[in-house]
Ligand binder design. Sequence first.
Ligand SMILES: Cc1cc2nc3c(=O)[nH]c(=O)nc-3n(C[C@H](O)[C@H](O)[C@H](O)COP(=O)(O)OP(=O)(O)OC[C@H]3O[C@@H](n4cnc5c(N)ncnc54)[C@H](O)[C@@H]3O)c2cc1C
Length: 436
Amino acid sequence: MQTLLLLSPEGLASNPGLLIGFGLLTAVAAQTGLALIRSAKRLTQQQQRFNLEMERLQYEVKLAKSRWDLAEQEKASWNGWRKFRVVQKAYECEEVYSFVLQPHDGKPIPAFRPGQYLTFGLEIPGREKQLVRCYSLSSAPSDREYYRVTIKKEKAPPDRPDLPHGVGSGFFVDKVKEGDLLNVKAPAGHFFLETDRETPVVLISAGVGITPVLSMAREIAASGSKRETWFFFVCRNRADYMLKAEVDALASRADNIRVHVCYSRPGKEDVKGRDFHGEGRLNADVLRAVLPSNNYDYFMCGNGSFMKSMYEGLIAWGVPEGKIHYEAFGPATIKKTSDTVTLRKEAAVTAGKAVSVKFGKSGKVFPWNPALLNLLDFARANGLQIDSGCCAGSCGSCSVAIKEGEVEYLVPGANPEAGSCLTCVCRPKSDLVLDA
Ligand SMILES: Cc1cc2nc3c(=O)[nH]c(=O)nc-3n(C[C@H](O)[C@H](O)[C@H](O)COP(=O)(O)OP(=O)(O)OC[C@H]3O[C@@H](n4cnc5c(N)ncnc54)[C@H](O)[C@@H]3O)c2cc1C
């Protein structure tokens, strides 16, 4: 009680010694408190630095491991054709089958990058020449023991029912069976997802265009990456929805992967909210409504008109051209702004000195049309047939010998045979005479 009285304002005022002592004590307590706060702050900062360093190290280890894996697996690659056995042919939906392939020699197969394709040399009874066709891998690189492709039989165009159905896809769907051997080239292609990055991605597909982007999504899930991933897919309805079980598994297994499926013509049994998310076409307006921003890398695959409209919609939304990556299963329908600028420049340069292309076998000569992107399209536009496969300069089936003149390539890394050109990815640099 006496102590309390002494420490009261009146007590302290009447005793200056005590007042000084009390002041000193308060100052020491304040100093100690400040020192404690500072060291707690230092500890928190040290902890944060340690955590960041750990994350950086983990990332470096992951990067080094994936580079090592890739280098190891590239050793298992091959040149030219290798025989693969069809170990499973599985029905997916109307006119679509998946084919699981294992090497006939029983040796390891190289990993591929999700989004790449296989090139097949089909020996079709009744055809003199091998037919070369490319099909994206619908399996994921983590499926180490096998490759899988998923193929839709291409019907004659609705306005030309007189034309034959697709030869290669028809052969796969109607004739190829389990146990058959097929000629296959090693995985190739520039449309793939860099799996050592964590940048957010949007994967977009329509119909059978699902194959390369499903491979990307499955690899993100299998690697345990926390990369923010959006998976948009459109098909007509449930009856057309190939590989559905795998898309459903993605959505339920990985928190960072969100799936949005549109049915353009839902069936009677299809229930919105349960079977699909949106009704109607999948276009950039759907993406704008669903995505929190446009700040993603976009990977898309589908038919020509779908990709063209999606590409234009994304550009109109302000997505930089360099962030949009796509694979065309047929002739290119997207002309990038930069291509158009190059073509315009080129047209300006070649104005006044028209370049001509002579097709040696028929003797026909045509002036080069700078509005066309490559010699293959140019030949077709002039009624000439040249074989083709990947349309990306990889499979070699559109190769034609050059008798005179020079060409230039539109893609990096094109590797034509000496004296020949890959017509799907080059255009004339001077007057040309082709052995076609
Ligand atoms: C990189 C890449 C990846 C691919 N991935 C896949 C995939 O995962 N799954 C898949 O299903 N496909 C994929 N494709 C497409 C595939 O390679 C083939 O292009 C497709 O299967 C059609 O080939 P086809 O031999 O069956 O048709 P083709 O015989 O080449 O015929 C194509 C179309 O032309 C029509 N046609 C026939 N004759 C004429 C004529 N005289 N005039 C005009 N039209 C005619 C046919 O009816 C058909 O509609 C991919 C293509 C590429 C380049």
